[in-house]
Design a protein around this ligand. Structure first.
Ligand code: PRP
Ligand code: URA
Length: 212
């Protein structure tokens, strides 16, 4: 079974509280979502492999470490996942970015795909799929189904990164994709009858883009 990691650094907890507040403006919500995503990168990339390399400092020749292994790709689930991309790119600027568009049918809560555009060599990359919300898990599962089945990305090369997870979504995602690690800034209490995370932060896409 894969890892489920809660990245609960004090700065992350503080910033998450700022955007849970319903009075947070679109500007604040957008900025702070990116800041949390950036802080999460430290933990999410902790196990990236390193290799030795020789360099010359101004004083001596020395053997040091640099990143090795697979190249990286970030795949936001549209729309709300876009709100995490800039923060992550700040720290890993060479990463390629692919997009998968999913929306939840408001009645059935079923995830419906409407867009996919991924780097050509996505199956050779370490892939970070990002979406602020893991609620029922439907959107994440559908996006990972697409990546593993159509684009042949190995599940062990995928990490799912969200801000707020519901227990129901974590269980569903782990059971559908047991080899995919999940990182969240918080594990909330439950889903309400409309599939929203409680206490949560509301509709992340609408709050990032100011569409409601
Ligand atoms: C939100 C969120 C996730 C999904 C989570 O997207 O960004 O993608 O809901 O819910 P689930 O785990 O129950 O699938 P939404 O469908 O509201 O689309 P949007 O990002 O375009 O607003
Ligand atoms: N999608 C959101 O944006 N928020 C939730 O709480 C659940 C799904």
């Amino acid at each position: 079974m894969s890892k489920f990691v809660i990245v609960d650094h004090p700065l992350i907890q503080h910033k998450l509280t700022l955007i849970r507040d319903k009075e947070a403006s679109t500007k604040v919500f957008r900025e702070v979502t990116n800041e949390i995503a950036m802080l999460m990168v430290y933990e999410v990339t902790r196990d990236l492999p390193l290799e030795n390399c020789q360099i010359e400092t101004p004083l001596v020749t020395t053997t040091q470490k640099r990143l090795a292994g697979k190249k990286l790709a970030i795949v936001p689930i549209l729309r709300a996942g876009l709100g995490m991309v800039d923060g992550i790119i700040n720290l890993i600027p060479a990463a390629r970015v692919g997009h998968i568009g999913m929306y939840r049918d408001e009645e059935t809560l079923e995830a419906i795909e409407y867009f996919a555009k991924l780097p050509q060599d996505i199956e050779e990359r370490q892939v970070f799929v990002v979406d602020p919300m893991l609620a029922t898990g439907g959107s994440a599962i559908a996006a990972l189904n697409q990546l593993t089945q159509k684009y042949k990305v190995l599940p062990e090369n995928i990490t799912f990164v969200c801000l707020v997870a519901a227990p129901e979504g974590v269980m569903a995602l782990q059971s559908a994709h047991p080899d995919v690690d999940i990182y969240a800034a918080a594990l909330d209490e439950k889903l309400n009858e409309n599939g929203y995370i409680i206490p949560g932060l509301g509709d992340a896409g609408d709050r990032i883009f100011g569409t409601k």
